[in-house]
Design a protein around this ligand. Structure first.
Ligand code: AMP
Length: 438
């Protein structure tokens, strides 16, 4: 039996359409990212939207929220287990190894832009399909690159017109100092875990560092007195972190130290950072967006072990990603002016079969000469076409009917004054160009 047709379909939960009226913001983000990345020497990379699921298991980490709850994993017809990418770094690191980028002069600087997928509980500012811009520098441990990635991140936000940004930064150490700190942290929490939230009771078993990240009110008094990671770094991590901060000072990038910042993914080492927007308007906007006056727009960190974990050589790396939907939300909230996508200033009006034929060809010629022209080929009446031209704010309408088509002419109508003149069709592009310049 045929299935009953649904009355209407809706986009899947947590996804949305980007309509033409919003495209100018997306164009702006793409444009600014592209230009800034070029200036900083980052080449574009596009990796597949899905990868073998075990890539994320190896890189993102099994005890992270992403892997535990948020990944879209499915078996293909060929029985491969694949996952829609929940983040961009793992795919980039895989490509670095697979495509032999370690043989290029190091470091290799890459940027990406595109959709990510996380099966989150849909809520304001959190989607199941969302877009990120990301930057990665692979193949150099120098702290100057940590500063450069943060600087590029801040530059992109600045070029997009965002104000009141703050970088929160921390170092989470390396293979040498983190296990020692982890022990201290466990010792401190063990006697206090009874009073902690249910999530922390899990975290202490699977990923103790995430205890520092807990937002639950109940856990805040415990967190405040927890041993501090920065005070427990080994000499190498300590010096590295100090240099990162010195470079940020040199670049005059404001930041605050946050010893509780650990970030959600397992692959981070040394520097981690998150960029927040602090704006009183966020609260006013709380009905429709976020209930806090501080909103994370992105973050990143070093991932010195990742490339090796996924089968490459030991390759230090640093990267960051920002959420495009959030950035656009903030651009709107802070009333950033974004120019409209160029609209047609010329409208082509056609009447009768011959007029329509001629106008179709003329439309292509205008387009080739770089002048945007709009039309309503489906309409026949001159008055309805002129009404449309008026509505879309055309400066000039070009009218071609049976008589004009036979005589090789066209009528040029100035939409502001309503005055009309007959122009030979072979001169029309040149004439329109001159008129638009005025
Ligand atoms: P993360 O690497 O998880 O910290 O994500 C970096 C940025 O991506 C966040 O600060 C957000 O701006 C954005 N982001 C992450 N998850 C989502 C989501 N589910 N919906 C919308 N934006 C997101």
């Amino acid at each position: 039996m045929a299935r009953k047709a649904k009355n209407s379909f809706q986009a899947p939960k947590g996804t949305s359409d980007i309509l033409p009226k919003d495209q100018k913001y997306w164009e702006k983000v793409r444009d600014v990212t592209k230009k800034a990345s070029l200036h900083y020497g980052f080449g574009r990379i596009d990796t597949p939207l899905f990868e073998n699921a075990d890539l994320f298991e190896a890189s993102v980490g099994v005890s992270t929220d992403i892997l535990e709850k948020q990944m879209y994993v499915f078996r293909t017809r060929g029985k491969d287990l694949v996952a829609l990418r929940p983040e961009g770094t793992a795919g980039v690191a895989r490509a670095y190894v697979e495509d032999g980028m370690m043989n290029l002069p190091q470091p290799v600087k890459l940027y990406y832009l595109g959709p990510m997928f996380r099966h989150e509980r849909p809520q304001a500012g959190r989607f199941r399909q969302f877009n990120q811009v990301g930057f990665e520098v692979l193949g150099d441990i120098d702290p100057i690159y940590d500063a450069q990635v943060i600087s590029l991140f801040v530059r992109v936000c600045g070029d997009l017109g965002l104000k009141n940004l703050n970088v929160e930064i921390n170092s989470i150490g390396c293979k040498v100092c983190r296990p020692v700190y982890r022990k201290q942290l466990l010792k401190y929490y063990r006697s206090r875990i009874k009073g902690a939230c249910a999530d922390c009771k899990k975290r202490i078993k699977v990923n103790p560092l995430r205890l520092l990240d807990c937002k639950n009110e109940k856990c805040q008094p415990i967190k405040v007195n927890a041993p501090n990671l920065i005070d427990n770094l080994c000499k190498e991590c300590h010096d590295h972190f100090r240099s990162v901060l010195e470079f940020l000072d040199e670049l005059e990038i404001p930041y605050s130290l946050n010893s509780h910042l650990v970030r959600g993914l397992d692959y981070y080492t040394k520097t981690v950072f998150e960029v927040f927007l602090e704006d009183e308007h966020l609260e006013k906007h709380s009905e429709t967006t976020h209930k806090r006056s501080k909103l994370a727009i992105g973050g990143g960190g070093r991932f010195d072990n990742l490339v090796k974990i996924i089968g490459g050589k030991d390759t230090p790396a640093i990267g960051a990603a920002l959420g495009i939907e959030r950035v656009i939300d903030i651009m709107k909230l802070q009333n950033v002016r974004v120019p409209d996508i160029v609209k047609a200033q010329v409208f082509l009006v056609q009447i009768g079969d011959l007029g329509r034929k001629k106008s179709l060809k003329l439309f292509n010629e205008f387009s080739k000469s770089g002048i945007f022209v709009s039309e309503a080929f489906g309409r026949n009446s001159i008055s309805s076409q002129l009404r449309i031209a008026d509505k879309m704010g055309a400066k000039i309408s070009l009218i071609i009917g049976q008589k004009e088509a036979i005589d090789g002419d066209i009528i040029l109508r100035d939409m502001e004054t309503g005055s009309q003149e007959v122009i030979p069709i072979e001169n029309i592009i040149k004439t329109v160009k001159e008129r638009l310049k005025k």
